[in-house]
Write a new protein. Structure first.
Ligand code: 5GP
Length: 114
């Protein structure tokens, strides 16, 4: 299967502004930021979307969420607050079929989301 753009970023085959990485996940700045801070956190494993995750991925998903909070702290977002977003499928607003968690901060987030 062809690699997704996020697999290529994680493998450093195409450039991105990487802000955190470990054996399991990579975080990099979104190319079209929707907030003053907008980072994407992706598992190295190419799970297409949360709907396709299985119980095999339980530890990885826990790691992803804990790292999202750690990356947000490292970026100085934790005091004022931030938002984590996972889009799933067409109506969910997903455009890249590789599971990713948006970390958004630096402005007040509205609710409900658009
Ligand atoms: P989705 O709409 O699937 O939830 O989010 C995909 C995100 O990936 C979008 O916010 C989009 O701006 C970002 N994105 C798409 N292609 C690239 C790329 O090549 N590099 C980076 N850094 N971000 C990308």
């Amino acid at each position: 299967m062809n690699k997704t753009i996020f697999e290529k970023i994680a493998a450093r085959e195409i450039p991105a502004d990487i802000v955190y990485e470990d054996d399991l996940v990579v975080a990099f700045k979104d190319i079209h930021p929707q907030a003053p801070t907008h980072v994407l956190l992706v598992p190295r494993k190419p799970i297409p979307r949360i709907n396709e995750a299985t119980t095999e991925d339980q530890a990885l998903l826990g790691h992803l969420l804990l790292k999202a909070a750690e990356v947000a702290r490292r970026l100085g977002l934790d005091q004022r607050g931030y938002r984590l977003v996972i889009n799933n499928g067409a109506e969910g607003g997903e455009s890249v079929p590789h599971l990713h968690c948006h970390i958004l901060g630096g402005r007040h987030m509205r609710w409900p989301p658009g």
